[in-house]
Design a protein around this ligand. Sequence first.
Ligand code: UDP
Length: 187
Amino acid sequence: MLYKILNGVKTHAPASRTDLINFAEKNKAILVAINAEKILHATPESRQIINRNLGYPDGIGAVWALHKKGCKDVVKIPGCELWLDIVGRYYQDKTFYLVGGKEAVIQETVTKLKARFPGIKILNYRNGYIKTATEKNALLQDVTLKKPDIVFVALGSPKQELLMEEMQRLHPALYQGLGGSFDVFTG
Ligand code: UDP
């Protein structure tokens, strides 16, 4: 897929959501939302993290910047909608794992997903407050054991990207970082 470097930040230019989902699934990528703030306030560390993964334009600022660089067909893909598109596309034949948010939020997220996508296979989930190395190792072990096809991680950046990279090394899958999307989903 076409991409441009915006202030050192590698940002892909999908022509549609389907395009992005297909590419991410095929490459077992980690999807990272890119907005104007992440471009303008990029640090050497944040650039490295994004550039190792699949950055896509989640905000209009990123879309404008891609336009200016010649990507005329690019569309904005809000991360808080993208993850639900991914669920809709794959819930009948792939398995899911969710990490992030407060305990009540993740529980409600799972309840709502099961109601909206009957038969969805959520192999496990946990809140995003991972306080000790023991807790983190237990999570990594569980993901490795259960082998989900798709993993959503909502802790905010760069925490979620770093955790997804650790998971990805142990268990290749499609990953998406979600920030506050579980909060948005549960209202
Ligand atoms: N969060 C979490 N663990 C943490 C810190 C934050 O699960 O250690 C959750 C928090 O409950 C919220 C989300 O991560 O749901 C962070 O959302 P924020 O809006 O800060 O992320 P952004 O969308 O700005 O990246």
